[in-house]
Design a protein around this ligand. Structure first.
Ligand code: ADP
Length: 870
């Protein structure tokens, strides 16, 4: 094989250091990719694969133009790849041999700073996980765009690590090169996340102050690993990285990943949309940083009553002071994303427009401070004291940058007059020159009598006097020097004009250079305010979230929750905030929840679709809302402070993990049973459904007994095993409740009202009928049910004798008379309408009588009679 050219050798040398990234190799106006990179990139980016060289040694190659590279890089990053940008680092004209090239940036999914990949209202976390070899893991997450980092120890094994990675929506995780491979396999199987390796765990000197207060060496090492990876990939200032916050799981209400998903706190399970989630309900934030903070709050509700009450008091005061709140919202609309801006300032890629946005934001600060001060409650006072108005910075920005600067920082037009004397002088020179030219144009028109004479400018010829062809005879011979001939005009110059031109152009060039220098200087000064800006961002986002709570609490008529220490729940007219908003106004049926020492477990029965799961979720969401400091949907709400919420709701298979529904059900239940305390809330929906009846029922009963005897957590347990309602007799703190339904004219009406006592039946067949299962199935199911209810103990009845199915009208349905409901008063009465009769009623309702002949009507009547007589 022939020797590679020096350039390809250079390529190979660099590529060897970036094996896990696409190497974008700068060649003139293109970034080129070679070998395997080229083949894969051509496929992923749908660009043409070509080759370099000929014959056997032809090297696969593809390329993207330099100016549109960003869109291709974004595509690759979104697919989880990394891109190493390799630039020419010397002037090709001065190069001896192959131009020197270096990787200037490694872009990875967790470290992208801008572009479409980053959503304003989302954090972009990069994470690092260390295995502490005792079942625990160190877990750190950093958002490079905002500079925030937090670290904790996870005690729930690799499963919890996966939950945590999923719930932070981390795009990338950094681990040690010797991280357990089977764990990595599990991560890869269950999450779409980029895994990167970093061996060095020593914290770089510049970052050490940010690790103060982190006690354990193993945690510091976890931070070190992440930090070294950032240094290695970013190759630019990381000054904006903030103090790492250490938190323990015990500081917050624990909601595991499954429960967060099940309760649809941030997004809906099926569609992964914000609409339909709790976040959708409570998000009336105005700023992007407020929106990001709100998400964090929802994922980590508080457990310290004092802190919760502080938030609630601000919310209440804002609700009372409606106009102040509206003014606050208005001021917040002018506040730009200070957190991300601080990141950009550190990276040195902020432009003049963004500095104007920063100025506008800072101008709002006094207004915001004034309003918040007026609230006069402890938290608002504290928030205010942390605010630095950054007056000097504001002053600098007000005097230096014009109101509407251009996007580019190299073309001038950014700096205000009066900011720099030298700049003003050049500007005067340029302006004077231009005024002189305008005067010259006037004078020449008068003197030559050519009204259409004009002075123009282009980059090639500079300033020129233009006279149209028809006017040339009127021009005195030798007045100007001819410069250019156009189709219908001549262009001229004069020595005087050239002289002025030189002055103007010199001035303008100086202006551009000087403006850029001045802008750099301003940018450097802004950099020294990064910490203050980050603090300001924190305070403003907190204020934004609190006003958001006040706004929606006003709109949705939420009330302030009260907390008790005696583990009581007393909710009057509680509502599910999301379902309430999704259905027609006024249709939502509110419900009470009363639980205390005598009512620790509520066993909920009732028809399918009646509202059992809504009732259960309602309690969980209400508790979460209360503990994040928001008002709640009820007329009164007295709640304990829950330390954890566990849920087993819904039947979505965790396909990604390859686990069956029943296995997931059991794993989630295990998680609840092993971690819950008497201060927790457990929601178990239809436990045991995924296995055979007796199995399921036995498990369900054993689980309820265990919670009752061993845990004592407040528990809502919905079940379709009516047999379990007998537990009320044996377990003194368990009470039966049911969601009521009545049957009217052969139709079941769900009242959505939860009342004490057990339900009488599950109306499953009715729901099947609503789903329009074949009528034959419905009738047969009804028949079996009837016989079972009649006391036949067999789980499976003898198979139905084979009947020949005929066309619809001639089916041989058996009318089935349902027995009456039980005798208890509160139970709805069941009328004697069979499913066949229900079908007939439906058919009659559908009749288009006006379009029937008398004979057809008679035939129909005959059919009906025949069906009823059977
Ligand atoms: P179940 O768990 O009993 O099968 P769901 O809780 O899923 O029933 O409720 C089914 C549907 O009934 C919900 O999607 C909602 O539209 C409606 N619903 C539930 N509770 C109420 C209520 N309290 N008021 C009005 N509609 C409700």
């Amino acid at each position: 094989m022939a020797q590679h050219t020096p350039m390809i050798q250079q390529y190979l040398g660099i590529k060897a250091q970036y094996k896990d990234a696409f190497l974008f190799f700068r060649l003139g106006d293109f970034y080129e990719l070679f070998f395997e990179d080229a083949k894969l990139a051509a496929k992923e980016l749908e660009i043409t694969l070509t080759g370099r060289g000929g014959g056997e040694d032809r090297i696969p190659m593809c390329g993207v133009p330099y100016h549109s590279a960003e869109q291709y890089i974004t595509q690759l990053i979104e697919k989880g790849y990394k891109v190493a940008l390799c630039e020419q680092v010397e002037d090709p004209r001065e190069a001896k041999g192959v131009v020197k090239r270096e990787v200037v940036k490694l872009i990875t999914p967790g470290t992208v700073m801008d572009g479409k990949t980053i959503a304003d209202k989302e954090n972009n976390f990069i994470t690092s996980v260390s295995d502490l070899d005792d079942g625990r893991f160190g877990f750190v997450r950093t958002d490079l765009t905002t500079g925030e980092s937090s670290i904790t120890v996870l005690t729930g094994g690799i499963d919890e690590v996966i939950y945590e990675l999923a719930s932070t929506a981390a795009k990338e995780v950094i681990v040690s090169p010797d991280f357990n491979e089977s764990y990595l396999e599990m991560v890869k199987q269950r999450l779409a996340i980029t895994i990167s390796f970093e061996a060095d765990e020593g914290v770089p000197e510049f970052f050490k102050p940010n690790c103060e207060g982190i006690e354990h060496d193993y945690l510091v090492a976890t931070i070190g690993r992440l930090c070294n990876y950032l240094v290695r990939t970013q190759r630019r200032s990381l000054d904006h990285l903030q103090q790492v916050q250490y938190y323990t799981a015990n500081q917050y209400m624990k909601i595991d990943y499954h429960s967060k998903r099940n309760l649809e706190l941030i997004e809906t399970i099926r569609e992964k949309k914000k609409k339909g989630s709790l976040l959708w309900i409570v998000d009336a934030t105005v700023t992007a940083m407020g929106a990001r903070l709100l998400k964090k709050w929802l994922e980590r509700p508080l457990i310290n009553q004092g802190e919760i009450e502080e938030r609630l008091t601000v919310v209440e005061t804002l609700m009372e002071q409606f106009f102040a709140k509206e003014e606050l919202r208005e001021a917040l609309t002018e506040v730009y994303d200070l957190e991300r801006l601080a990141g950009k300032v550190a990276y040195g890629n902020v432009n003049a427009r963004e500095l104007v946005q920063l100025r506008r934001s800072l101008q709002q600060v006094p207004k915001i401070v004034h309003i918040v001060q007026q609230l006069n409650v402890p938290l608002s006072e504290r928030l205010i004291t942390t605010i630095d108005h950054c007056d000097e910075l504001l002053d600098l920005l007000e005097t230096s940058i014009v109101d509407d600067p251009p996007l580019s920082v190299k073309d001038g037009g950014m700096i205000k007059a009066g900011f720099n004397r030298e700049l003003d002088t050049y500007r005067d020179a340029s302006l004077n020159g231009k005024t002189w030219i305008a005067a010259l144009e006037q004078r020449e028109r008068q003197e030559t009598g050519i009204k259409s004479l004009k002075i123009g400018y282009n980059k090639v010829f500079g300033y020129y006097i233009e006279v149209t062809k028809s006017n040339i005879p009127n021009l005195p011979e030798g007045r100007y020097e001819r410069k250019q001939t156009l189709a219908n005009a001549e262009r001229y110059i004069t020595p005087e004009l050239k002289e002025k031109e030189t002055l103007i152009l010199e001035a303008e060039e100086k202006i551009e250079l000087l403006e850029y220098d001045l802008f750099q200087m301003i940018r450097e000064q802004v950099k020294s305010y990064i910490r203050q800006l980050q603090q300001l961002a924190k305070t403003i986002s907190t204020i934004d979230v609190l006003q958001s709570f006040a706004t929606i609490s006003n709109e949705q008529h939420f009330v302030r929750p009260q907390f008790t220490e005696d583990r009581q729940i007393q909710i009057e007219n509680g509502r599910h905030p999301v379902v309430e908003k999704m259905i027609d106004r006024g249709q939502y049926v509110s419900n009470d929840v009363v639980m205390d020492r005598e009512r620790e477990i509520l066993l909920i029965t009732g028809p399918n679709m009646a509202g059992k799961s809504t009732y259960m979720r309602q309690l969980a969401l209400t508790s979460i809302m209360a503990q994040v400091g928001c008002f709640v949907p009820a007329t009164t709400a007295v709640l304990p402070i829950f330390d954890q919420i566990f849920t087993r709701i819904g039947a979505a298979d965790d396909l990604a993990s390859g686990q069956s529904t029943f296995m997931v059900e059991m794993l989630e239940t295990k998680h609840a049973l092993t971690n819950a305390t008497e201060n927790s809330l457990i929601l178990l929906d239809e436990i045991g459904r995924g296995t055979s009846t007796y199995d399921g029922m036995a498990l369900a009963q054993a689980i309820v007994e265990y919670i009752h005897e061993q845990i004592g957590a407040k528990t809502l347990f919905s079940t379709h095993y009516h047999e379990l309602t007998a537990l009320e007799q044996q377990l003194e703190r368990l009470k039966n409740v049911h969601v009521s339904a009545i049957e009217e004219d052969g139709k079941v009406v769900f009242l959505h009202k939860v009342v004490d006592g057990q339900a009488d039946r599950s109306y499953g067949i009715y729901v099947a009928q609503l789903a329009e299962l074949p009528e034959h199935v419905i009738v047969r199911a009804d028949e079996i049910l009837h016989q079972l209810e009649g006391g036949e103990k067999q789980a499976v009845l003898p198979a139905e004798p084979k009947k020949e199915l005929k066309v619809h009208e001639e089916k041989e349905e058996q009318p089935v008379q349902l027995s009456l409901f039980g005798e208890e008063e509160q139970r709805p009465k069941r009328t004697q309408v069979s499913y066949v009769e229900t079908g007939i009623i439906k058919d009659i309702k559908m009749l288009d009588i006006l379009n029937m002949t008398p004979f057809e009507a008679l035939q129909m009547l005959n059919d009906i009679q025949r069906k009823l007589r059977k």
